[in-house]
Design a protein around this ligand. Structure first.
Ligand code: VG1
Ligand code: CO
Length: 540
C-alpha cells in the first residue's frame, strides 16, 4: 500500500540515531517517514535482509510491527527479529554480521528514560554491524526533508512471541531467541571455565540490569552458564518504562548498586548496563572504577582472555575520553587513535584492523567482535581478568596506577539548557580559542586550544566541530561539547582531566585533584554565570 506523506521537520539523527519524545514518534507518519527515508537513502529495501529489535521500551513492539510491514511493502527478502522485538544493541550488531545482513534497525533511545512521557529512538546500522556513518545519516536526513510517500503492507501483525518462521506477503520473518547467538559469541572470547570456577569458589557479584534489555542476557550468561548465585542479576525483567528507572549506568542513576557495593560485606564485584545494553559501569567492593580507567585496565590486561591472547592491534578512544589508555598503548607498542564522540567513528578503524579495542568516557567499551560498544562484553572481560589475576578490583586499580600513573577525570553535565544559552557558551569560547594559548587562567597556563576536527584515516571523510579542547601546560585538559542524544533543550558536557604520577598523587579525591582545572574551565567559559546554574546537574 502506498501512502502519501509530507516531510516532517527535525528528523536529524544525532550522536546515535534519531531520538525524540515517545509521543512525537507515535504521531501520524513520524516513524513511517523516517523508516522509508532509511530505505530510500540506502538504495531501497528490495531483496535485502535486515535485523530488527529494540530495548523493550514503550512503543517498541508496535514500532517493530510497523517496520516489518514497511520492509515487506518495500520488497525486503527477510527480516530477522528478536523474540518480542527484543535485541540488545551489541546483539543486533552481532546478528547483522553473523547473517551477513544488509543492515539493522534498533529501536532504542539507549540511556534515556522510556515510557509514554519519555523518549523513543531509532538507530540504523549498516552491513558491517556498526552505526551508520555520517555520510549515511546525512543522506537519510536529506531524504526526510523531501519524502512524499511511504509503503506499508496491509496485513495483520505477526506473532513476535513465537520463535520460528512466518511471512508477510513475500517477505520471510524469522523470530529468533535474542540471547543464544550472543551468548555463544561470548563463550568464544572468554574463559568461561575459569570464571565458573571463581563463582564456585564463593566470588559474589551483583549485576543491575535496570529493568532494561540486558536482564535476559545477564541471567543466561552469569547465572545459567557461569553459575553465579541465583539473584546475582537484579531488575532482570525488561519493562516498557524501565520500572521508572533512568537506565544510565553511572553512580547517580545506579545509586542502588553503589549502595550495595559500598556496604559492609558488599559483593566482590558489581556492574550495571544501560537501556540497550551497550554501556557498562563496573564497581569493586568499596571501589568505583571510572570508565576511562576501566578501559585502560581492560586494554592492559586483554591478553589474559582467550579471545585476545595474541594481543591488541591498536586502541581507539573518543577525544573527550581520558588519555589513560594512551599510556597503555605506548607501553604495549601499539597505535592509539583519537576520534569524535560516538561509536560510528570507530567502524573503519575496527574494519581495517587499526584498532581491536575502542572506548568512551561515557561507560562504553568494546572490541572488534561486533561494531558497537558492548556492556556485557566489558563485564565478562573484567571477570576473566579477576579470575586470572586472583586480585580484587581495588588491588588491580592500584597496580595499574602505580605502573601508568593515575589520570584523574570527571565529566560535568549542564542539562536541559535553553538552546540559545548553550550555543552562547560554545560560540563565545570558540571565538576566543585563537587568543588562549600562552594565557594564564586561575594559575593554569594554556598550551593549546582548538575546535576538534577529525579526518578518517580510511575514507578521508572530515568531521568538524567535534568539541572545544583546551590543553594546559603539563597535559591537563578541559573539553566542552554539546550532547547529541538529548530530547529537551541542550546539554553541555564539560570534560576535565589531570594526570598524576608517583605514589603521592594516587589516592586523592577526584574533584579535589581536578579543582584547578575546574576553576580554569569555569573561568574560561563563564558557564555558571551564563547558564545561571549553581553547578553541574550530573557529575560522573
Ligand atoms: C552520549 C555519549 C557518547 C555515546 C552516545 C551514545 O552522546 O557521550 O559517548 O556514544 O551517548 O551512547 P552525547 O552526544 O549525548 O554526548 V548510547 O549508549 O546512548 O547509544
Ligand atoms: Co546505549
Amino acid at each position: 500500500m502506498r501512502v502519501t506523506t509530507q516531510p516532517i521537520a527535525g528528523q536529524k539523527p544525532g550522536t546515535s540515531g534519531l531520538r525524540k519524545k515517545t509521543n512525537v514518534f507515535m504521531s501520524e507518519g513520524y516513524l513511517e517517514n523516517f523508516i522509508q527515508s532509511i530505505f530510500d537513502a540506502t538504495g531501497g529495501a528490495n531483496g535485502k535482509t535486515y535485523i530488527l529489535g529494540g530495548d523493550g521500551r514503550y512503543f517498541n513492539q508496535h514500532a517493530a510491527q510497523t517496520i516489518l510491514k514497511m520492509a515487506a511493502a518495500n520488497g525486503a527478502k527477510r527480516v530477522i527479529v528478536g523474540q518480542n522485538a527484543l535485541l540488545s544493541t551489541p546483539a543486533a550488531s552481532h546478528l547483522i554480521r553473523l547473517n551477513a545482513a544488509d543492515g539493522g534497525i534498533i529501536l532504542s533511545a539507549s540511556h534515556n528514560p522510556g515510557g509514554p512521557e519519555e523518549d523513543f529512538g531509532v538507530k540504523f546500522n549498516t552491513a558491517n554491524g556498526g552505526p551508520a556513518p555520517e555520510a549515511v545519516t546525512e543522506a537519510i536526513f536529506a531524504r526526510t526533508q523531501a519524502i512524499d510517500e511511504y509503503f506499508i503492507a496491509d496485513e495483520i501483525d505477526v506473532n513476535l512471541s513465537r520463535i520460528g518462521s512466518q511471512h508477510i506477503g513475500g517477505m520471510a520473518v524469522s523470530v529468533v531467541d535474542p540471547v543464544s547467538d550472543y551468548a555463544a559469541l561470548m563463550e568464544t572470547l572468554f574463559d568461561f571455565a575459569a570464571i565458573r570456577a571463581m563463582f564456585a569458589g564463593g566470588f559474589r557479584m551483583r549485576f543491575d540490569a535496570m529493568c532494561a534489555v540486558t536482564g535476559p542476557y545477564a541471567k543466561e550468561i552469569f547465572e545459567t552458564r557461569l553459575g553465579a548465585a541465583p539473584g546475582t542479576v537484579v531488575n532482570a525483567v525488561p519493562l516498557p518504562d524501565f520500572g521508572g528507572m533512568h537506565p544510565d549506568p553511572n553512580p547517580t542513576w545506579a545509586h542502588d548498586l553503589m549502595g550495595h557495593m559500598f556496604a559492609a560485606d558488599g559483593p566482590d564485584f558489581g556492574a550495571a548496563s544501560d537501556g540497550d545494553g551497550d554501556r557498562n559501569m563496573v564497581v569493586g567492593r568499596n571501589t568505583y572504577v571510572a570508565p576511562s580507567d576501566s578501559f585502560a585496565v581492560l586494554a592492559a590486561n586483554a591478553h589474559l582472555a582467550p579471545g585476545y591472547r595474541a594481543g591488541l592491534k591498536g586502541v581507539a578512544r573518543s577525544m573527550p575520553t581520558s588519555t589513560a589508555v594512551d599510556r597503555v598503548a605506548e607501553a604495549l607498542g601499539i597505535g592509539a587513535h583519537e576520534t569524535p564522540t560516538g561509536w560510528k567513528f570507530f567502524g573503519n578503524l575496527l574494519d581495517t584492523g587499526r584498532a581491536t579495542f575502542c572506548g568512551e568516557e561515557s561507560f562504553g567499551a568494546g572490541s572488534d567482535h561486533v561494531r558497537e560498544k558492548d556492556g556485557l562484553w566489558a563485564v565478562l572481560l573484567w571477570l576473566n581478568i579477576l579470575a586470572e589475576r586472583e586480585e580484587s578490583v581495588s588491588e588491580i586499580m592500584r597496580a595499574h596506577w602505580s605502573r601508568f600513573g593515575r589520570t584523574y577525570y570527571s565529566r560535568h553535565d549542564y542539562e536541559a539548557l535553553p538552546n540559545a544559552v548553550a550555543d552562547g557558551v560554545m560560540d563565545s569560547l570558540r571565538s576566543r580559542l585563537g587568543d588562549l594559548p600562552e594565557q594564564t587562567v586561575e594559575g593554569m597556563k594554556v598550551a593549546s586550544a582548538e575546535d576538534f576536527a577529525y579526518t578518517d584515516p580510511v575514507d578521508g571523510s572530515v568531521s568538524r566541530g567535534q568539541g572545544l579542547r583546551i590543553v594546559f601546560e603539563g597535559g591537563a585538559r578541559a573539553v566542552l561539547r554539546l550532547s547529541g542524544t538529548g530530547t529537551e533543550g541542550a546539554t553541555i558536557r564539560l570534560y576535565l582531566e589531570r594526570h598524576a604520577t608517583g605514589p603521592d598523587g594516587l589516592d586523592a579525591e577526584v574533584q579535589e585533584m581536578l579543582a584547578p582545572v575546574i576553576r580554569a574551565a569555569e573561568a574560561l567559559t563563564g558557564i555558571r554565570e551564563v547558564t545561571g546554574r549553581a553547578g553541574p546537574d550530573v557529575i560522573t
